[in-house]
Design a protein. Sequence first.
Length: 219
Amino acid sequence: MTQDELKDLVGRAALDELVDGAVVGVGTGSTVDRFIDALAGRRDRIAGAVSSSERSSERLRRHGIRVLDTAEVDRLPVYVDGADEIDGRGCMLKGGGAALTREKIVADLAERFVCIADESKLVTTLGRFPLPVEVIELALPRLVRRFEQLGGRAVRREGVRTDNGHPLLDVHGLSIADPEAMEAEVNQWPGVVTVGIFAHHRAAVCLLGTGQGVRRLVF
Ligand code: 5RP
């Protein structure tokens, strides 16, 4: 199966994770696009969606799915999103699509994070994919030096600003042995808006697209 077919497969499989009549949290990315397309056929069975990006909101609306603001919901039973990497405990690297801050905000509203990904995303140790970090412009040079001290090479993502108007760093060369500790450490550096480690908001379930079908990993 091609990577696109695997994305389709898990996008459709995520429908089985939804709670009828509830608002669903929707992430961002090419895998989530497939989920949104599948969700169109189920739109009468959900109360609407809270989305983590302008990109996903537009796609949801095009399919006639009501998009609610995060301020309009207290809790979401389920948040469905992709990942750039996921490890055997459900910890993830995210932000390849630059939506990490809103993704973490919506994930924080959810009781269960359902990750949808093709099998290439499953890793033993996070960090082969460059770690995305949304930052305040003013702090950028200082943050580059801080990552250097951790053995990482932070590179500004050229021509990209997040939906919040901030630049992004992609940090190469890290091997993230303790995702919770690194998330907590980087989060408190002045000028960091969001670090793309999702360890405190890890997946509860991962639907992994493989050549043999969907593997459902429960963490
Ligand atoms: C966006 C993300 C995405 O979930 C991540 O980049 C995976 O995207 P794709 O499904 O296109 O591989 O974190 O900020």
